[in-house]
Design a protein. Structure first.
Lengths: 831, 425
């Protein structure tokens, strides 16, 4: 229906007949306009159909606007509907002509038939023309009081449409209050739901500028309204149920009885035919029980079956979205799913993105009892026709091997893969065997015996080749022909395209040299020579480094290249636990499908390269004042260019230079050059250079020492207010701090930390989580003032780290509070 | 806010935009369809994701009957909401546009193009300002009449330009059972209950059953006058592993005594879906064997009945994908026909298993030059249908109808078909 923006005629270049068709239609419509003859409606209907089909194809039929309006005086409902559709589509581009339609729409708003009244009201609100809003108010007000529930549902949404066209008009007519009254009293559930829908949007948008709207939002999340909606939940349509459940998931119950009552009431929603309702209910359950570890686990048990059914029974589209949520839960609590491993077996017909998720889940839930079964299954996938999946499943076997204690059988399986003689299988397996050996060096004998039989010529993939070369270097004493294999690889140096492989080759030859010097000496010489002549900077540098190291002292070189190694205990995880928690908080949203928290794909600062420049300007304002600010900001930029210049100079000169000061004087601005020359003495400039070097300016803010802050020993804040404040305030300080070892040791349950913080006048309002992750919400109040500090603190006992986010009523005191909080936290366990 | 900003219907074969419905003040340009169409073709042979991120919008595509239903939004929302809504929309359109054209007719792009006015009307009632509104088929049919045979005949006879809009509005929305229309309709006073099960199984290369489960549906077609109250009970409800209900099912009776008590909507609907896991028996087996050496691969496969279900197993089809490294294949069978389709799928249509012999397939595959042995193992997928039995063993005990002037006719049926039923070689 794309209404053209400026040039209507060019809208349909692919439709050469478009223009003449429109003129033709116009003509015919005009003839019919005044006709009252029998059968005129049928003719009109055909014409209207043609107009709308033109519109759908993308031809611009807006020139026929006035003719269409002329024809719209009819009692035929289908004609009316088509006309409404047309008008709704083109009114925005023809605001003047749209005025013509107001008349008949307003008349229809008083029709006897509620269908017509509703339709007319909906169309009237959908015109979205700024200068016609005055005509909307009266019909809307009447619509909200209409005795037909159909018209009231339309009017409730109509208010929202009015709000988007003109917020002031909406408020002046007092519609939000009317909606609220209707929401709390209407017998029809759909009307209630639509009022809720409109109010949520209106007040959420207003909340930024108006305290009153924020308070109103607060009442929506309050006990009385939540209970009112919950008690009617079964009357609502399934979509409205989703809306209500979403609202409920943000409600904080005051005690456990309330939680249990709500869960009992909602339990049957888990068996709703609509998957969206089921997921929304699961979200409520998970959020309600966050702080009750036992119940939280029971919730997992309870939601398992519905989720598994949704995955299996739905269409592929549904299935994937649900599977992503299941994936999230499995990754959070793999133990609870360990007996359901069969559900995650891949089916031949699953699309590969589904298979990938399933493989990840199988990997996560493997434990002592099911590893055998899972690995047997995974091994069958290695022969899969779908090569990426075959690779993925071999990797999965390897990952399971790395997380198990008893790897005996798995190593055998992996070695069997090598016997399949399929290049990609061999390649993947080699990489895994390498990782496995880094963790379990005791398996070297078995592995080396098999790996030794693999010809290095048959392996093409750089990663696999690098792995093989690493093993040749590391275990050269056990492999008879290691030096000769390496030597032949060095001879083919020129044909090796991957710098990664060449780097590994250098190191491997070095290692081999220290173990079997006489046999390797020749290869080492050749490798170093080839490395020094290499085009790749890294390879060249490493060769040079080894060369000089050997020149300096062979014994030292051996200590550097071939130190005794410790087995790796844990490989680094790719996604931090904080991110995982964030995604979990956003359960039942797109974040889960993307496997990223929403701020990573919606927040401005994570999107582009602007982050840096924004930081700079903020800093300048914080550190300096007045005109200088602009100057200093410009200076940074100039310096930036200069610094780049100087480094490129350096490379060309080929030696260390100290010509920094000469390039610094390049800017013509006398003022700036002066300050730069004296950069070592003046604070702001030094700070500028720090920043350019990427030394994290945020850690070294130049601020006056904070005034001493004392906290109210017994502040009072109820959860509702906390929730509201947390929603309104922005994060004023976000830090990471480390816990002492004693602190970690005494944090076996959230209570210990809560007590400790209480002694420091910081109160806990909510806590939850299971080892190793705990989450706390704290608050504190400034002595003798009403300003609160709110803290979200996520503690990971495994890494002894705490992520702290502070929001404050009085942002200026937040740094002082942050240091207070940090010191309290670091004292934890020592007292 | 949970809202969809625009809904498009595209043709799956040409990418042509058939219907465009802007639902909010935010206008979504239709160029997004061209973008999506390009992406879709690009990935057609691989995989489609259920959420696609375009440079400007999140797109939720749903493909049914050769039509792409595409919802666009820029706002965060529960992912299942648009997906469920679109599949409901697709179901309702099928119901609207195909119910009159006889059994077995499915939605296609021509039907949509011919009836686009109805599509707009229905969509208009199903969604207001991007939020789903009325999605109960019975309610919708009261507001927008389907273009069925009756109205067409009426139109022809009376010459009256019958509007496709209901004369009055439904009051069901205000009643306690919104799914049931309160208008008295001519009914045939009968109710049919149909158990439809889908059997998923996978057997590994050693012939062990790795997993076997059933997804079942109870479909009801009710045509009862007044306000009937039905109770359906099973002889063995403990079998059911997980259940989901149509909103008409009362939760308490199920909790306490595992009976389904409900006031049915008119016409076809899904009363309950269920899952039965860990079945131990499968009705039919395939024994594939592949041996390869020196560039050739001998293949043979036997099909037989394992645990006779007591009813005929019908329309048996065995399919497997020939690995890409195979240059030619020569396959014969002693029963049924073997076809190799364009995408290298080998389809062996067996039909029923004869009494006197076991169907077997054998032949030779020639590998690519340079390949000595076949390294990949094809998976054999089986399709079949068994009428008259639910393989999970679920049995309906009885159906009580209350609140009715005359005793209605009650019909029961059951059927099982293969879902993901696969044998690895």
């Amino acid at each position: 229906m794309a209404p053209p923006v400026s040039t209507p005629k060019s809208a349909s270049p692919s439709q050469p007949s478009g223009k003449s068709e429109v003129t033709d239609l116009k003509l015919q419509l005009r003839q019919l306009a005044g006709s009252r003859a029998p059968g005129a409606d049928d003719a009109k209907r055909d014409l209207f159909k043609r107009v709308i089909s033109c519109m759908t194809v993308g031809i611009d039929v807006s020139p026929a606007f006035s003719e269409m309006v002329m024809c719209s005086a009819t009692s035929d409902v289908v004609l009316k509907k088509m006309c409404y559709l047309y008008v709704g589509n083109y009114a925005r581009c023809n605001p003047d002509l749209a005025l013509l339609t107001i008349n008949f729409l307003q008349k229809d708003c008083h029709d006897q038939d509620p269908t017509i009244r509703g339709l007319a009201l909906r169309s009237l609100c959908s015109l979205r023309v700024q200068n016609l809003v005055e005509y909307l108010v009266a019909p809307l007000a009447a619509g909200l009081k209409d005795h037909s529930s159909y018209v009231r549902t339309v009017a409730a949404i109509g208010v929202l449409k009015l709000y988007h066209i003109s917020a002031t008009m909406c408020h002046d007519s007092d519609f939000p209050a009317a909606l609220k009254a209707l929401m709390l009293s209407d017998p029809d559930a759909q009307v209630v739901a639509n009022c809720l829908y409109s109010l949520l949007e209106i007040w959420t948008q207003d909340a930024a500028n108006s305290d009153e709207a924020a308070r109103e939002i607060e009442t929506l999340y309050g006990k009385s309204i939540i209970y009112y909606l919950l008690n009617r939940i079964k009357d609502f349509s399934e979509w409205a149920q989703c809306l209500v459940l979403d609202l409920v998931s943000k409600y904080i119950p005051s005690d456990n009885n309330e939680i249990f009552d709500m869960m009992n009431l909602l339990e049957d929603r888990l068996q709703h035919a609509n998957g969206a309702v089921v997921l929304a209910t699961i979200k409520v359950f998970l959020h309600l029980t966050m702080s009750m570890t036992d119940v939280h686990q029971q919730v997992y048990e309870r939601i398992k079956a519905p989720l598994l059914t949704l995955v299996g029974a739905g269409s592929p589209e549904q299935s994937y979205a649900v599977l992503c949520h299941l994936h999230l839960l499995v990754m959070r609590a793999p133990m609870l799913f360990s007996s359901d491993y069969k559900h995650f077996y891949c089916q031949f017909s699953d699309p590969s993105y589904v298979k990938k998720l399933k493989l990840e889940m199988l990997t996560a839930i493997a434990n002592e009892s099911n590893t055998y079964e899972i690995v047997t299954e995974l091994c069958e996938y290695a022969g899969n026709v779908d090569v990426p999946i075959a690779r993925e499943s071999i990797r999965a076997v390897g990952k399971i091997a790395l997380q198990q204690y008893d790897v005996n059988a798995i190593v055998d399986r992996l070695l069997q893969f090598l016997e399949m003689e399929k290049d990609y299988v061999t390649a993947e397996t080699l990489v895994l065997v390498k990782d496995l050996l880094r963790k379990y060096p005791q398996w070297s004998h078995d592995c080396i015996a098999v790996v030794g039989n693999i010809s290095s010529n048959s392996i093409q993939e750089p990663k696999a080749k690098a792995a093989l070369i690493w093993m040749l270097g590391e275990y050269s004493q056990d492999m008879m022909d290691a030096p000769y294999v390496l030597e032949s690889l060095v001879e083919n140096w020129e044909e090796e395209h991957s710098p990664e492989v060449r780097l590994h080759l250098l190191t491997a030859v070095m290692r081999c040299f220290f173990k079997r010097a006489p046999e390797t000496q020749k290869a080492l010489g050749a490798a170093l020579a080839a490395g020094l002549a290499d085009n790749n900077q890294d390879v060249h540098d490493r060769a040079l480094f080894y060369y000089r190291l050997l020149q300096y002292d062979v014994a030292v070189a051996e200590r550097v290249v071939n130190p005794p190694k410790q087995a790796v205990s844990v490989f680094a995880d790719t996604q931090s636990s904080e991110i995982k928690d964030r995604i979990f908080d956003e359960f039942n949203s797109l974040s889960v499908v993307y496997q990223k928290p929403s701020y990573l794909f919606t927040d401005k600062e994570h999107r582009g390269p602007f982050e840096f420049s924004e930081n700079l300007s903020n800093l300048a304002i914080g550190g300096d004042s007045g005109d200088d600010v602009i100057h200093s900001a410009q200076r940074y930029e100039e310096n930036d260019k200069d610094l780049l210049l100087s480094t490129s100079d350096k490379e060309e000169n080929g030696g260390p230079t100290h010509n920094g000061s000469s390039t610094y004087s390049a800017p013509s601005d006398v003022n700036s050059s002066r300050s730069l020359v004296s950069s070592s003495t003046t604070q702001p400039a030094a700070f500028a250079i720090d920043d350019l070097l990427g030394l994290g300016v945020l850690d070294t803010p130049v601020l006056p020492p904070p005034p001493a802050l004392s906290l109210n020993a017994k502040p009072v804040l109820d959860p509702g207010t906390f929730q509201k404040k947390w929603g309104q305030l922005t994060v004023s300080s976000s830090q990471e701090s480390t816990l002492s070892i004693q602190g970690v040791a005494s944090l076996t349950a959230p209570q210990s930390l809560i007590k400790h913080m209480q002694n420091n006048s910081i109160q806990c309002i909510a806590s939850g989580g299971q080892p190793p992750n705990y989450k706390f919400f704290f608050f504190a109040q400034k002595e003798g003032s009403s300003s609160f500090f709110l803290v979200e603190c996520i503690v990971n006992t495994a890494s002894a780290k705490a992520q702290i986010k502070i929001k404050a009523d009085d942002a200026s005191a937040s740094d002082a509070f942050a240091s207070l909080f940090q010191s309290a936290l670091s004292n934890f366990g020592s007292s | 806010m949970q809202q969809l900003q625009c809904i498009f219907l595209l043709s799956e074969s040409s990418g042509e935009v058939m219907v465009e419905k802007q639902t909010t003040g935010h206008h979504v340009d239709r160029s997004i369809c061209a973008w999506f169409w390009h992406q879709y073709n690009h990935h057609r042979n691989n995989d489609q994701m259920s959420v696609v991120t375009s440079p400007t919008h999140y797109l939720f595509p749903l493909i049914r009957h050769g039509i792409i239903f595409l919802a666009c939004t820029q706002l965060e929302l529960p992912p299942l909401l648009p997906i469920e809504f679109l599949s409901r929309f697709a179901d309702i359109l099928s119901d609207y546009l195909c119910a009159g054209s006889g059994a077995g007719a499915t939605l296609n792009e021509d039907i949509v193009k011919d009836n686009f006015v109805i599509v707009y009307e229905v969509l208009d009632e199903m969604m207001d300002n991007g939020f789903p509104l009325t999605t109960e088929p019975n309610l919708l049919k009261d507001i927008v009449l389907p273009p069925n045979l009756v109205t067409k005949v009426l139109h022809a006879v009376t010459g009256n330009s019958s509007p496709s809009v209901g004369p009055t509005l439904p009051h069901a929305a205000a009643s306690t059972v919104p799914w049931r229309s309160t208008h008295p309709k001519t009914t045939t006073n009968e109710v049919y209950v149909n158990l439809v099960e889908q059997l998923d199984a996978s057997v590994n290369r050693d012939g062990n059953l790795r997993r076997c489960q059933v997804y079942g549906e109870i479909q009801v077609n009710s045509s009862l006058p007044g306000f009937p109250d039905l109770t359906l009970s099973f002889t063995n409800p403990s079998l059911l592993n997980d259940v989901r209900f149509h909103p008409c099912v009362r939760f308490r009776p199920w909790e306490s005594s595992q009976v389904l008590s409900f006031v049915p909507p008119d016409g076809h609907f899904k009363l309950m879906t269920y899952r039965v896991k860990e079945l131990k028996k499968i009705p039919i087996y395939v024994k594939p064997q592949l041996t390869s050496d020196s560039g050739n691969c001998r293949i043979s496969a036997l099909v037989g009945v394992r645990n006779d279900p007591g009813k005929t197993i019908d329309s048996i089809i065995v399919e497997f994908q020939l690995p890409p490294c195979i240059t030619s294949a020569d396959l014969t069978s002693n029963h049924g026909t073997v076809d190799i389709l364009a995408d290298k799928t080998c389809r062996w249509s067996i039909g029923q298993i004869p009494k006197d012999k076991l169907p077997s397939l054998s032949g030779n595959l020639v590998l690519e030059p340079g390949l000595d042995r076949l390294h990949v193992a094809p998976t054999f997928q089986v399709r079949f249908k068994i009428m008259g039995i639910a393989m999970s063993g679920l049995q309906i005990d009885k159906l009580d109808v209350k609140n009715m002037p005359a005793n209605p006719y009650k019909g029961f049926r059951a059927q099982t078909q293969a879902g993901d039923y696969e044998f690895r070689s």
